[in-house]
Unconditional design. Structure first.
Length: 249
């Protein structure tokens, strides 16, 4: 697990925090890079992205100091379940997760599940049924949409992250990659993959809402309720939309 930082009011060793108040309660946010929502700075620099801007303002309104640390996605979820971290962002709802963590009720964003193929092969996927018999790269412990999540007849190849899936796809080691937009589009644009991969002809219609989740073992009183109140106020006054509109769709 690699501690890292967000630009803000207070630095604690190698960790950086953002806070509205000098005596604010400190909470630990665990996360992993997932552009454009969470972008790790190069050479130890601070984090940026939609979730980072969101939590900076949520922290100010909720009167907390949020410190960020980085871990792989599966470990992030486990740290929340075990109480080793207080919160994380960008979590899709599943019944299994809801049994071990507390969802802040208000969703702050949504992503679109998407399938990609190597260039020239996108037309071969014309319906959901076209997915059968194909090796599909997916991220470990990631929820996309209900039918896919629960379909054990599909050939799913669990991979580390979005970039790994796209690399495996371009190398021909998997037939398809499932991810989410705007995330896949960010990687494809940034790493010059437009001529190498393409969206499939069929795409799922469902969108995946994203939530902040809180550890049931967090010692911060009423943390989920305080975060929800701050988030709802940001929706009402337009500041959440302002953050989202500052990033490419």
């Amino acid at each position: 697990m690699k501690p890292s930082g967000i630009l803000g009011a207070l630095a604690i060793g190698a960790l950086f925090a953002f806070s509205a108040h000098a005596q604010a309660e400190s909470v630990l946010m665990v996360t992993m890079e997932w552009p454009p929502f969470r972008v790790a700075g190069e050479q130890g620099g601070g984090w940026s992205g939609i979730d980072i801007d969101l939590m900076r303002e949520v922290s100010r309104r909720a009167g907390i100091e949020t410190v960020i640390t980085e871990a792989p996605w599966s470990r992030c979820l486990e740290m929340i379940r075990l109480g080793h971290a207080d919160l994380m962002t960008g979590v899709a709802w599943t019944a299994e997760r809801a049994a071990g963590m507390t969802y802040v009720p208000t969703s702050y964003a949504s992503v679109q599940p998407v399938f990609y193929a190597r260039s020239g092969n996108g037309a071969h996927v014309s319906s959901y049924e076209s997915l059968y018999g194909k090796a599909i790269g997916n991220s470990v412990n990631t929820a996309y949409f209900d039918r896919f999540n629960g379909d054990e007849a599909l050939t799913k190849i669990p991979l580390k992250d979005e970039m790994t899936k796209l690399k495996m796809l371009t190398l021909g080691r998997i037939d398809l990659a499932i991810g989410t937009d705007p995330n896949f589009s960010w990687y494809i644009e940034r790493f010059g993959m437009k001529g190498l991969v393409e969206p499939t002809a069929w795409q799922p219609a469902e969108k995946t809402p994203l939530y902040i989740v809180v550890s049931p073992a967090s010692k911060i009183p009423n943390l989920a309720a305080r975060l929800d109140e701050a988030l709802r106020s940001m929706i009402e006054d337009g500041s959440l939309a302002g953050i989202q509109n500052g990033y490419p769709k």
